[in-house]
Each structure stands twice: as C-alpha cells, then as structure tokens.
Design a protein around this ligand. Structure first.
Ligand code: AGP
Length: 618
C-alpha cells in the first residue's frame, strides 16, 4: 500500500528518497513521486507505474535538494494517474504526501472550493495540501516555525480518518512536518540529518535508529532536532519518544541466491521457526510466558475463552489455533475476520482474552478491531505480530512476537508458519493447568522438532515444481482438508489465487457432496492435504467421491499412509510428524506449489496485481 519517505540533510536527498521508494515497492503501488525544495522553490516529479519510470524522469530533470518528500501511491480516491500521484501541491508553496484516507475530504473540498481553491486531482490528499495552505495564511505571525506547527495542528484537527502524512513549505526550507493518526510513521535519526518513513525498511540504508510516532503524534523535524507534539495534549506541549535501534539487519534489498523474495522466505522457514520459538522454553522444558509482558502468566491463568481477530493469512492461522485451543487447552475459541468483527454488536463472555494476529501489525481492520475490543470489557488484549514496534503491538496489553524477520513478498509464508508455531506454544501456556505433564512434554518436543521437519519438506521442492506445469492452463482448483487441515487448505487456496490468479476454493472435505462436487470433472485439479490422523479414513472416502467423477487429485500425504499413484492421482509424500505440528509442516508444500504455478504462469510473484503487502486502509 502507499509508502512515505522524507529526508532533511546537508547532502542532496534525492538518491535517499529514491532508494527509500524502491525499498517500499514490495508493499504494492501504482504511481510514485518526489518533491524537493531547491533554492526556495518546490521541484516535483511524478510518474505512473514503477519507481524505475520515476527514476528515469529524475535523471533527465536533475532534481536535487537538501529537503524532500516522496511517495508510492496505491490508488484509493481517483485512478492511478500522474495528476493523482503524490506529492500533491497547493499553489507553488506546499507539497504533501499522505498514506491512508481522509474521510471528511468531500466536505473539506467543498469548503476549500468556496474559499477559491482549485483542485487538480481527484485525491483526498490534495484537500490536505489546500487545507494546510489555508490555515497557514490564517495564522497571523511571522513565518517562523511556530506559525508552521500551529497551522499544521489546526489542519490535523480538521481532518477525520486514518492517515500518516508529511508536508513541505517553501518558506521553511529547513523543516519537515509529519503526523501519524492511524497509519504508521517513523522518524529516522542521522548525524545532522533526519529522515521519515512509513516503514523503517525504507530508511535502513541511512539509519538503524528510529522513533516510532505514537497515535496522534505530529512533529516538526529539522536537520538537528525534532519537536514532537501530541494531538491528545490540549496545548502545544512537546512529548518525549524513545529512540529504538532496529535489530533485524538490512535484509530488505537482499534476495540472496533466490529468484524471488517469496522463495527466499519459504526457504527461511526453518530459521524463522527456530528464532520465533527461541527464549520460550526454560532449561527444564518449562514455558516462559514472561516474554509476553509483565504479569502475563497471572492473566493467562484467568482465561476462560479466547476471541481471535485477524485478516487473510493471519485469519487462517487463527482458524488452526481454534482447534488447538479447544482440544489441548479446553478453552472455547471464536475466530473472526477483523473487517466483520469491528462492526458487530459483540457479547463478551467473562474472562475472554482478545487476540489479534498480524504479520505487519498495521492492518487497518485488525487495528480498528483492537480499538473497538478495548471498549468492550475483554480480559486483556494480546497481539501476535512480526513487527515489534508496530501499532498493534504498542496498543495491545501483551505481545507474542514472531521472529520471522521482514517479510517482503506480498504472499505471506514464513509469517504464517511462525504465527502457527507461537500459537501452539500459547495453547500450551493457556492449557498448562489442565494438560497432563506427559502431553505437555510431547508437545514441546514436537515444537522443537519443527524446523527440521520443515527443512525436510523443503527438500521436496523438485517434485512439487514438476506438478506446477499441470496447473498452467487451469482456471479453477479445489483445495480440500479436514480438521486442522481445513484452514491449511484455505491458506493453500489463498496462496494460489493471490500469486497465480487461478481461482481456488477451499472446502472442508466432508462438505464436498453438499455442493462443490458438482464442479468436479476431468478439468478440475483437486489438491488435498492428507496427513495421517484420525480423520484420514474419512478423507479417503471424500477423495473416492472426487475420483469417481474423473477429478485430478494432487495429494500431500503422509509417507506411512500408503496412497497409490494412478492416472488421476499424484501423491507427494511427507514425513510422518506429530499431529499437532502437522498443519505447520503441511502448509509448506502448498506455498511451494503456489510459487511454482505462478512461475509457470509468469506473474509478478512478489508483487501480485492489485494487492499490497500491508493493508493500511479499510
Ligand atoms: C497473505 O498472503 C496476504 N497477502 C494477506 O492475506 C495478509 O495476510 C493480510 O492482509 C493480513 O495482513 P497482516 O498479517 O499483516 O495483518
């Protein structure tokens, strides 16, 4: 989704801005732009399509300056076009970049038009540019920093919605304004220079020290200082925010030996799982719940019910966890997509733990669901997240971090399996009192064996790659699973559809004869997740139903289950693993299948059409 970069420095900032935009490309966008102040005048370039197109334009225009802002836009208000790309300007003095949505933009547009402002785009962002210009004119003082920041606050107070934004004014070539209301923004610390970014990844080439702006923060940033204020404080009182060192290293630009980030991230899973489980067990195998936050153990002891809320892949992780929490911990669990939950009248049973799951920690619906839940009397909120400084983590009472490292491919892979691993660990923590010691030890051992099992499944890649060609001309696919593997089938279908654009539907295999069986013929590939467990015989009967209708079965099966290949059936055999970790292990071949089908189809694997990595608008 949209990305912001800004810089103020004694050096020319254009290369920093451009590199920042490249690093944000993975998030998905359809146009890009840059504005700098040069000799007290704004210079701007914008282009639709890739950042490379903007780069070419910049080379011929030789745009340079010591202060600037840049943006990748993912169209919401107005189609992708140069006119709608950011930075948006008001006259020749003000330039604005903006992520998120200004909900009251129509009313503001009418008011500003009545004041004589003429609009050159369809965007809500241009409203911010003119509104700031308007307030700046009204603040009747010298053109000093006070005037700038007061006009900024008055502008922010008039805006409704969720946004991050940054503004330049030509009368203040030494000041960068920025604000965060519902959409992430960081200030990067340099030596006699400062940067801003909607994601620290955009700035890792210049700094690893960041201030994560809090909700309602707005700031005036110069080369030497930053003054941060909060909209929740009634006056213009400065607030202190800590500087945090980014500890994941700068992997963003590095695909290593891999052709795509997605493939790299699939292969990183053994390491990601190991790192995500590190520090969660004591020497004697005890579960170290203190990593969740102060007093977490006491709170978790009181949990009588769990409500999980998340989106997309993270929602599928929640669906698997429901089986675990109910079977192993004996705790009732509901799972819901955030976009529905946030608008529902909820009834909250006593002592219900509210759990959000999110790779990015910035998904607008999940964040809104958390904020809504906080008004509803849940026992406590717990965020399961891959980004330590994210809004979701900061706004939750407790946090359970996955340590997968930055995930760049839009299709989530290592984030999913690490979410599952920590959810299984959380199940053991919540169920501690009622689980027999032997089962707990078994579960812990299974979790510890996980990275090795995943590594052995990755070795099956050549066999999975051979299957991919079969899907090249298919338009539809069914994915089947039962029990914990039904959500795994859902995740497999999501992976395939998002990167190969083949329509894929997942069904609980027992539901086949209630409708979807009508779709099955010799043109329909049916992918099945079939580990050896107590539902295997039932699943086999469901597969007979498919075979009898001529469907082509591709089964991911346990090597001990003795499935036989024939003209209509291809089996890929996986090692026998403990039932509880099987959903994690069986997710991996489905990721590889989706990846190789997308390769055959020639799609943009890491940046599939119409999608964004982090969905920061509703
Ligand atoms: C998965 O491959 C997706 N791209 C998408 O479904 C994603 O999982 C969803 O948007 C939620 O994101 P989050 O985990 O960052 O909240």
């Amino acid at each position: 989704m949209c990305g912001i970069v800004g810089a103020i420095s004694p050096r020319n900032v254009t290369p920093i801005l451009l590199e920042g935009l490249k690093r944000l490309e993975y998030r998905g966008y359809d146009s890009a732009g840059v504005a700098v102040i040069h000799q007290n005048r704004l210079q701007r370039e914008r282009e639709i399509g890739k950042v490379a197109g903007l780069e070419a334009k910049l080379q011929s225009s030789e745009l340079s300056g010591q202060i600037g802002i840049a943006h990748t836009r993912w169209a919401t208000h107005g189609k992708p076009s140069v006119d709608n790309a950011h930075p948006q300007m008001s006259g020749t003095d003000v330039a604005v970049v903006h992520n998120g949505i200004i909900e009251n933009h129509e009313r503001l547009r009418d008011q500003l038009a009545a004041h004589g402002y003429v609009f050159a785009s369809d965007t809500d962002t241009e409203v911010v540019a003119h509104l700031f210009h308007y307030h700046y004119q009204l603040v009747n003082t010298e053109p000093n920093d006070e005037r700038l920041i007061r006009a900024f606050r008055e502008t922010l107070e008039a805006l409704q919605g969720a946004y991050a934004l940054s503004i330049l004014h030509t009368e203040h070539p030494g000041a960068l304004l920025c604000a965060k209301v519902g959409s992430p923004l960081v200030i990067g610390e340099g030596s006699e220079e400062h940067f801003i970014g909607s994601d620290p990844l955009a700035l890792l080439q210049v700094t690893d020290r960041f201030i994560y702006l809090e909700e309602g923060d707005y700031a005036l940033v110069t080369r030497d200082e930053k003054r941060i204020y909060s909209l929740s404080e009634s006056g213009m009182v400065e607030v202190e925010r800590p500087i945090v060192r980014y500890e994941h290293g700068d992997h963003a630009a590095d695909r290593g030996e891999f052709r795509h980030f997605m493939l790299k991230e699939i292969h990183e899973q053994p390491r990601a799982l190991r790192d995500s489980l590190a520090g969660k067990f004591g020497q004697a195998g005890e579960l170290l719940a203190s990593s969740l936050g102060p007093n977490a153990e006491n709170i978790l002891r009181c949990v009588k019910q769990v409500q999980i809320v998340s989106c997309g892949t993270s929602y599928h992780a929640g669906l698997v966890a429901r089986y675990w929490l109910e079977a192993l911990a004996g705790v009732p669990c509901s799972v819901e997509v955030a976009s529905e939950f946030r608008y529902r009248q909820v009834v909250v049973p006593e002592n219900t733990l509210f759990v959000t799951i999110s790779q990015s920690g910035e998904t607008a619906d999940t964040l809104a669901a958390l904020r809504f839940a906080k008004t509803k009397g849940y026992l406590a909120s717990l965020a399961i997240c891959n980004v330590p400084g994210s809004s979701l983590v900061r706004e939750s009472d407790y946090r359970l971090l996955t340590n997968a490292g930055p995930e760049i491919g839009v299709a989530s892979t290592k984030a999913f399996t690490t979410q599952l691993a920590v959810l299984l660990w959380l199940t053991a923590v919540i169920g501690q009192a009622q689980m027999p010691a032997a089962s707990r030890v078994e579960l812990i051992n299974a979790l510890r064996s996980l990275p090795d099992h995943v590594a052995s499944v990755l070795a099956l890649e050549p066999a999975i790659e051979r299957l991919a060609a079969y899907f090249a001309n298919k338009h539809h696919t069914l994915f089947l699973g039962r029990g914990t593997h039904y959500p795994v089938a859902m995740e497999g279908a999501l992976k395939l559809k998002e990167i190969s654009y083949i329509h894929a539907e997942a069904y609980a295999a027992g539901e086949l004869k209630h409708g979807p069986l009508a779709l099955v013929d010799e043109e329909m590939p049916v992918v099945t997740v079939a580990p050896s467990n107590e539902l295997l015989e039932k699943l086999k009967s469901n597969l007979q139903e498919v075979q009898a209708r001529g469907g082509q079965l591709i089964n991911f099966v346990c090597e001990e289950a003795h499935f036989k290949d024939n003209d209509n059936v291809t089996n890929v055999c996986l090692p026998k693993v403990d039932d509880w970790i099987a959903p994690i292990v069986y997710s991996v071949p489905l990721q590889l299948l989706a990846y190789h089908v997308a390769l055959v189809k020639g799609t943009d694997v890491d940046k599939p059409r119409n999608l964004a990595k982090s969905v920061t608008v509703e």
